[in-house]
Write a protein that binds this ligand. Sequence first.
Ligand code: ZN
Length: 355
Amino acid sequence: MLYTTVESKEHIIDLPKRVYIGNDLISSIREYLISLNLSDPFLVVTGPVVRMSITSKLFDSLSNFKYEVIEVKSADIEEVNHVEEFAKQIKANVIIGVGGGSVIDVAKYVAFRIDKEFISIPTAPSHDGITSPFAAIKGMGKPISVKAKGPLSIIADIQILSTAPRRLINAGVGDTIGKFIAVRDWKLASKITGEYYGDYTASLALLSAKHALSCTKLLNKDLRAGVRILTEALISSGVAMGMAGSTRPASGSEHLFAHAIEMLYPGKGLHGELVAIGTILMAYVHGINWRKIKKAMKRVGLPTNAKEVGIPEEGVIKALTIAHNIRPERYTILGDRGLSWSSAEKIARETGVIS
Ligand code: ZN
């Protein structure tokens, strides 16, 4: 952890100590944990869809340690309480999250609450929560991320990540492309409200978005190479959030739109898919090349029309008109007043998000 001073206020930068990225890393987990000086007992948090081929290798690698395993089905506060209770009961020193976004979210939020180290072993590159110090937990009021424990280490096994369902990989692209908007909103907010804006951090988030955009070509030709770039982009985005101390560089009006849909239509569409649609809409509002972004999304098979994720036309318009209220303290292009019904409809129609 580094400490710097920004505008005479203490600013804490939370970064992962070590990132392992490569192939067949799971069998080496034992060595990684030793080299990180971590002592057992460990609590492995996993999910019902995590493949046996992954968990059995992991358990083999952990065989000389004391560890317990707990399965979570969703990222909600009940699961968090349940896992926390178990972690305390077994006196876990380290929480190891192995799975998709929900598993990782629960694991890092529990680690934060009991102040233990957290190791992230993502099995799908579906959003940047796999690398960031923030978690999306349902049942805590608004559908926005809360502070969680940043991973001490990220173990990104490309072999595993590239065999995740393609829809989850695409969602990761969508979540990352959203940074084009998030960074613009952040810069705009700094001009309008005087909010702190970190140029270096913003550049890092922007770089993630550029990588995600360029990997849309690579993913169709060489999936593994594309997933590696996407994973690096997700890690950079997580690091940018750790540097900013907030989700600001990674979440702007495109995320507000996604959160509005998540509130209005829980369970419809993946987070990254909704962010992708939000990115097209907000790129239009910002006056940037939304057609180029939409084309890249189509290339990988991301939904670009609300119908594809089961959202009715009026749902999109409604979400656009309420998005600015979700996080009023976070200034974006939507301003304090948000969009009127007619301008929201125009934006949605012209971009083809509704047809
Ligand atoms: Zn996101």
